[in-house]
Ligand binder design. Structure first.
Ligand code: SF4
Length: 331
């Protein structure tokens, strides 16, 4: 056997935790390659599935922050959005580009993904796969083991690091071959292929789009706050976030900075209300009334609230009104 053929190749695979990304790793490992995985973290994608999949498979997982990257794409994605604020082609290309940078700095031979040709209408058509390969600047070091036999051979295949004959020719939306492979490799836990990214959910994207329109996407703290509470646009131009439960309330309290105004009820259970970056006096009065009205007021007309503004704390009575009046303000 030549020295080249004897080399154990090292691959870095994108791992979402979904079945296809797990299979890509299994297929490459089956031929003796050393595989590690990377998952990209941001407010929009949960990484728990990737973590548990990596644990189940015994694969080392690298967790890489992607928040700044994805926010820049949401401002102006070169290849546009999918159905909501999901810039899938550019998002995917940038993740692969970041994985490519890791490949070079950490001594991997290639980057792998679980992409399947024609599985998704926007991001996995042949032309989209080519755009992703080009934009990611990874070129022929990007391996898609599930559809490799329908694509041009990559450099690690030509170099004999990867045995092309053991790669697959999956095509389209059918899931049966994947389910059979899952059985073969003993994979039991994987989320549905479509779920998981908040950028594909219209309710969440309404709130995110409000931030985008306000030019506020550079403030990562405010973007993380989109994960908590009801968001209401206030007439004076600010917005307030109303905690829906203890988890939201605790998160809002923890996120509060001195420039934010925070309001909560004094003598009754009620929400924490946060006005990020403060608000006009009229907006703060309205937010106090919102806080009172979402509290457990038992039919009272007024409720005591505590308003924290800068270093100062003020207690005052706030009117309880019908919550229907706030409906139009909800983002
Ligand atoms: S679904 Fe979300 S995470 Fe996946 S490529 Fe699209 S924008 Fe990126």
């Amino acid at each position: 056997m030549s020295e080249k053929a004897a080399k154990v190749g090292r691959g870095l695979s994108l791992l979402s935790g979904g079945l296809d990304s797990q299979l890509a790793i299994c297929i490459l490992r089956e031929q003796g390659l050393h595989m590690e995985a990377v998952v990209f973290k941001s407010p929009f994608f949960k990484i728990e599935s990737a973590k548990s999949a990596a644990l189940d498979m015994g694969v080392k997982l690298h967790v890489v922050s992607f928040t700044r990257d994805i926010l820049e794409l949401i401002k102006d994605p070169p290849h546009g959005f999918g159905g909501n604020l999901n810039p899938c082609i550019d998002c995917h290309a940038l993740m692969i580009k970041r994985a490519g940078e890791m490949m070079r700095s950490m001594g991997f031979d290639f980057v792998a993904t679980g992409e399947v040709l024609n599985q998704r209408p926007m991001s996995q058509r042949r032309v989209a796969l080519e755009i992703v390969a080009q934009s990611s600047e990874l070129g022929d070091r990007l391996v898609r083991p599930l559809s490799a036999l329908l694509l041009e051979p990559t450099q690690p295949e030509l170099d004999g690091i990867i045995d092309r004959s053991q790669l697959l020719r999956l095509n389209g939306r059918g899931r049966r071959p994947q389910m059979e492979l899952a059985k073969k490799f003993g994979l039991k836990s994987y989320p549905s292929p479509s779920g998981g990214c908040l950028l594909t959910e219209s309710g969440f994207c309404r709130r995110l789009n409000d931030m985008r329109n306000r030019g506020a996407l550079d403030d990562e703290r405010l973007v993380w706050m989109l994960l908590y509470g009801r968001h209401l646009a206030l007439p004076g131009g600010g917005k307030c976030i109303v905690g829906r439960d203890n988890r939201d309330n605790a998160a809002l309290k923890q996120a509060r900075q001195l420039e934010d105004v925070m309001i909560h009820t004094v003598n009754i259970p009620g929400p924490t209300v946060l006005l990020p970056l403060g608000g006009t006096p009229a907006d703060i009065e309205l937010a106090a009334s919102i806080c009172a009205s979402y509290g457990d007021h038992g039919g009272a007309h007024e409720v005591m609230v505590r308003i924290h503004q800068g270093e100062h704390t003020l207690e005052q009575s706030a009117p309880v009104v019908n919550r229907e009046l706030f409906k139009e303000m909800i983002l």
